[in-house]
Ligand binder design. Structure first.
Ligand code: ADP
Length: 398
């Protein structure tokens, strides 16, 4: 059985074809700048090792982009299948499932209706995700489509964790509450760690540190709390997002700078975080280079980032009455030895003993970064969001 994983954004579309008999990726790629000038297509055939590197191809909309993906997958030279019949089902990443879904779901008309209703909560993401599903249903009407939500894994949170202390009617009428995101990563990483620990009821803190970043507390396989909120703006500091900020600070900046709602939204989502404080880049590697060159704002942004992650680790150890393991994942979590060390410094009070030397070795795969006698284990785990989507699609359609 082969599953095509689609992650459809407003102007980009990532795809991956996975063979579920051995969970190997056969081909993957990305369509970028769909519907804007100079669209680019990148594709890798992982069976033969061939690739199409940043080719300029006209892609005026998602329908053209998906058609190109399907044609390339069947292409004589670069393809990995002889016909679309070999694709058994399609798994779609959808950012927001609202309160409707605590698990992935097979698409039907009602699901589309629910997603459209929830789109108000994720106006930047859900409409683009829905577009991908609609195009796929049109191009391959006989295939089953499955939706895998970023929010679903977090639906196990209790009201005291997900409610905001706003007037209750804002929750009842407007569905304003914490939902949490990156759920596929938090699920995969916490399950992997529970397996490594050989303990199903483990208390695990997952630090997904990428350009977007979030932390979750997972106890007995269920999310107790997570750092992102109603939207991905909340929680720790990110590449371009503020993370937790006094909302009144936003009102004040709006008033003083005469900004509209849309402008303050853009400022907090796209111009803040590491980019906002450092001023030169949102990329963590650039930040580390800046720091090495003696840039004080780079050092400040680095310190703020690590401090905030550490605060959440303390909070989530408290939320779970302890912690068995802390896992680092995402681009920064998997590759950034320095931030891992800075974050774990001073966590001895939890019973954590960090192995600084092992942390510096560049070992690929999943690696234990705590000493053998550490009460709290630390791991670097390579996340696999596409694989979770493929697995759920397989589970619901096989
Ligand atoms: P997203 O999926 O949210 O776009 P990623 O998980 O790909 O983000 O992470 C991107 C981040 O990872 C960037 O800030 C990048 O600089 C950082 N990163 C990648 N490699 C390293 C490294 N070797 N050291 C530190 N940070 C790294």
């Amino acid at each position: 059985m082969k599953v095509l994983v689609i992650n459809s954004g407003s102007s980009s579309l990532k795809f991956e074809l996975v063979d579920m008999t051995n969970e190997k990726t056969l081909a993957k790629g990305i369509c970028e700048r769909i519907g804007i000038a100079d669209p680019i297509f990148t594709y890798k055939n992982l069976v033969k090792g061939t690739k199409i590197d940043k080719q300029q191809v006209p892609m005026e909309d998602h329908s053209v982009a998906i058609d190109l993906v399907l044609k390339t997958l069947q292409d004589k030279e670069n393809g990995v299948i002889s016909g679309v019949d070999e694709i058994d089902a399609i798994g779609h990443r959808v950012v927001h499932g609202g309160e409707y879904y605590d698990d992935s779901v097979v698409v039907d008309d009602q699901v589309i209706k629910n997603l459209e209703e929830v789109a108000a909560l994720a106006p930047l993401h859900n409409p683009a995700n829905i577009m991908g599903i609609k195009v796929m249903r049109k191009l391959l009407p006989d295939k089953k489509n499955v939706v895998v939500f970023d929010t679903a894994f977090h639906q196990s949170m209790k009201p005291e964790a997900y409610m905001y202390a706003l007037p209750y009617e804002d929750y009842k009428e407007l569905k304003v509450r914490k939902y949490g995101f990156h759920g596929t990563s938090h699920k995969y990483v916490s399950e992997t760690v529970a397996e490594l620990l050989g303990k199903k009821d483990a208390k695990i803190i997952v630090c997904h540190l990428g350009n977007g970043a979030s932390i979750s507390a997972v106890k007995n396989g269920k999310v107790v709390d997570t750092s992102m909120g109603m939207t991905p703006l909340a929680g720790i500091m990110m590449g371009t997002r503020t993370g937790d900020t006094d909302p009144a600070a936003a009102f004040y900046v709006m008033e003083k700078r005469g900004l509209s709602l849309k402008e303050i939204d853009t400022r907090m989502n796209k111009k803040s975080g590491i980019l906002g404080v450092y001023g030169k880049s949102s990329d963590f590697r650039d930040l580390e280079e800046g720091m090495e060159a003696g840039d004080e704002r780079a050092k400040l942004a680095y310190d703020m980032f690590c401090y905030r992650v550490k605060l959440y680790i303390g909070a989530y150890a408290a939320a779970m009455d302890g912690v068995d393991a802390i896992a680092f994942t995402g681009g920064i979590g998997e590759n950034g030895a320095d931030p891992r060390e800075t974050i774990c410094e001073g966590l001895g009070y939890l019973g954590l003993k960090f192995d600084n030397a092992k942390n510096k070795e560049r070992i690929s795969g999943n690696v234990e970064l705590s000493t053998p006698d550490s009460k709290v284990k630390v791991y670097k785990i390579e996340t696999a969001e596409e694989l979770v989507i493929a697995r759920d699609t397989y589970r619901l359609t096989k």
